[in-house]
Design a binder for this molecule. Structure first.
Ligand code: FAD
Ligand code: NAD
Length: 478
């Protein structure tokens, strides 16, 4: 086996494995090093995303959505369903099967592209030397012309709620409960809290979400966050803003959480508690002091806009660098870095990275929010359109939410789009394409949108930017 490669990638998550495949496709001798191993001692490929993140959470979101449809929403279609029952073990087995199929797929792709997979814990030293410690504690040294760090992230823990994997869990534990908790506490009303809180609420848990901030989804467009908050509350999520947790006590019957809220001290007992207060980059043992790589005060590796670190030939991508912790952002950084190593002037347009919360309905966004733009003093025009006025949304009984498009007042160029509602992720993707091509709202206004589709809300919101919506009374702009 070779010990020198053109490129070594550390970490096989969506950033690392995509980078490795792209490097190999460009003809470079590539290895990917992964520390996680499965029960059979084989490398567990795919990182957080495939194993304990995007994919298993979406599998459970889909299963729980079907259960909620069967129990709550069939009657309005004139369909009566009796004796709907839940088999959590089967639901979990389905989720695990999907994970195995996809991680197996990654393994096959790496093999097919000739990427060498090395198992072990990697540390980058000086001069792009990588020390790999295997399961047997044996250390091997590999070298490369280029090293790409893609070690990902891990859940943040907080002292008042130490994760014990039983009563108090992080997102990984919340993906494998063996029964539906009667009362579920969630710390953090962020993406994970809302997605996994929704899963268990749909399956029957009484869910209380304790959020430290006074504002709900502060990074989202205010109007969209407000609408989303109302929808989630209607669905049964009890979201308490400005709730500061002070301690927890685990007993045989559950976990009691102490917190302050509205100027008073409170306590609540739950069967399970999910801690979802953010993630931190996994960089503490990734490189030695003489590697030339440095991190900021939160542990993110310093990189330039092309993901090059301060050390020559060393790159960093995905959750360990600045920007949103999103699988697709990391993957595209992986492709960009592979192309740059190969000598191309590749770049990534960070302005158009979409973000999505996969609740039902979804919440999705691209570009800047109205409050950000107003703060910058930008001259903007805004168009919104409610799903309630869309024929397809009515036909599907999916009338909650709206599409909002923001454009520059002079040039008409689209600066942002924000959606809460059915198929929000796919609708925002249409705007990603438009923004990448520097489209104006007039471009969207002149396009033909199929009828009846949810996409018509995008068309109407683009028209509404200039007060020209058809299926809504256009109010004079102030
Ligand atoms: P990771 O996926 O974390 O992979 C890093 C890999 O590196 C791991 O396999 C790790 O074992 C390995 N590694 C670390 N250190 C070393 C070392 N020293 N030596 C060798 N190997 C090492 N994002 C989305 O875009 N959409 C979603 O729907 C979504 N849902 C999510 C749901 C949940 C519950 C969670 C927790 C996250 C979700 N995310 C989602 C975020 C997404 O999973 C991450 O942004 C993404 O996985 C980051 O990719 P990465 O390759 O940078 O790191
Ligand atoms: P987050 O940053 O989205 O939300 C964390 C929330 O916890 C915030 O609202 C924060 O104010 C709150 N919080 C922090 N400390 C607290 C405390 N002590 N008490 C109460 N609340 C507290 O983080 P997350 O939900 O843990 O997700 C981590 C990352 O994973 C996200 O950044 C996201 O990018 C990624 N992710 C993405 C998706 C997706 O794309 N659909 C899904 C899941 C996770």
């Amino acid at each position: 086996m070779s010990t020198h490669f053109d490129v070594i990638v550390i970490g096989s998550g969506p950033a690392g494995y995509v980078c490795a495949i792209k490097c190999a496709q460009l003809g470079m001798a590539t290895a990917v090093i992964e520390q996680a191993v499965d029960a059979k001692g084989q490398p567990e490929l795919g990182g957080t995303c495939l194993n304990v993140g995007c994919i298993p959470s979406k599998a459970l979101l889909d299963s729980s959505h079907r259960y909620a449809e069967a129990t709550l929403h069939m009657a309005e279609h004139g369909i009566s369903v009796s004796e709907v029952s839940l088999n959590i073990a089967d639901m979990m087995a389905r989720k695990q099967k999907i994970v195995s199929q996809l991680t197996g797929g990654v393994s096959g792709l790496l093999k097919h592209n000739g990427v060498e997979v090395i198992t072990g814990d990697a540390t980058l030293g000086a001069s792009r030397q990588v020390e790999v410690t295997g399961d047997d504690a044996q250390k091997l040294i590999y070298t490369a012309d280029n090293v790409v760090l893609a070690a990902g992230s891990e859940p943040i823990d907080i002292p008042p709620a130490p994760v014990d994997g039983d009563r108090i869990v992080d997102s990984t534990g919340a993906l494998c409960f063996d029964a539906v908790p009667e009362r579920l506490g969630v710390i953090g009303a962020g993406v994970i809290g809302l997605e996994l809180g929704s899963v268990w609420a749909r399956l029957g848990s009484e869910v209380v979400v304790l959020e430290a901030m006074d504002t709900f989804l502060p990074n989202m467009d205010e109007q969209i966050a407000k609408d989303a908050g109302k929808i989630f509350t209607k669905q049964g999520l009890d979201i308490r803003l400005g709730a500061r947790m002070t301690g927890s006590e685990v007993s045989g019957s559950g976990v009691t959480v102490a917190y302050s809220h509205d100027g008073a001290d409170h306590s609540e007992t739950f069967d399970k508690l999910i801690v979802a207060v953010g993630r931190r980059p996994r960089t503490n043992k990734l490189f030695s002091a003489d590697s030339g790589v440095s991190v900021d005060e939160r542990g993110f590796v310093f990189v330039n806009e092309y993901c090059a670190t301060e050390a020559p030939g060393v790159w960093a991508i995905g959750d360990i660098v600045r920007g949103p912790m999103l699988a697709h952002k990391g993957s595209e950084e992986g492709v960009m870095v592979a192309e740059r190593i190969h000598g191309k002037a590749a770049q990534l347009n960070y302005e158009v990275v979409p973000s999505i919360i996969y609740t039902h309905p979804e919440v999705a966004a691209v570009g800047k929010t109205e409050q950000e733009l107003r703060l910058e003093g930008a001259q903007i025009k805004v168009g919104t359109f409610p799903f309630a006025a869309i024929g397809r949304a009515q036909a599907s009984g999916e009338t909650d939410g709206l599409v909002k498009i923001i454009a520059d007042a002079d040039s008409d160029q689209i600066l942002g789009a924000h959606v809460v509602g059915p198929s929000a992720a796919d609708l925002v993707q249409q705007i990603v394409i438009a923004m990448e091509m520097a489209a104006s709202t007039e471009d969207l206004q002149l396009m033909v949108f199929g009828h009846p589709t949810m996409s018509e809300a995008v068309h109407e919101a683009a028209l509404a930017v200039d007060g020209r919506a058809i299926h809504m009374v256009n109010r004079p702009k102030r």
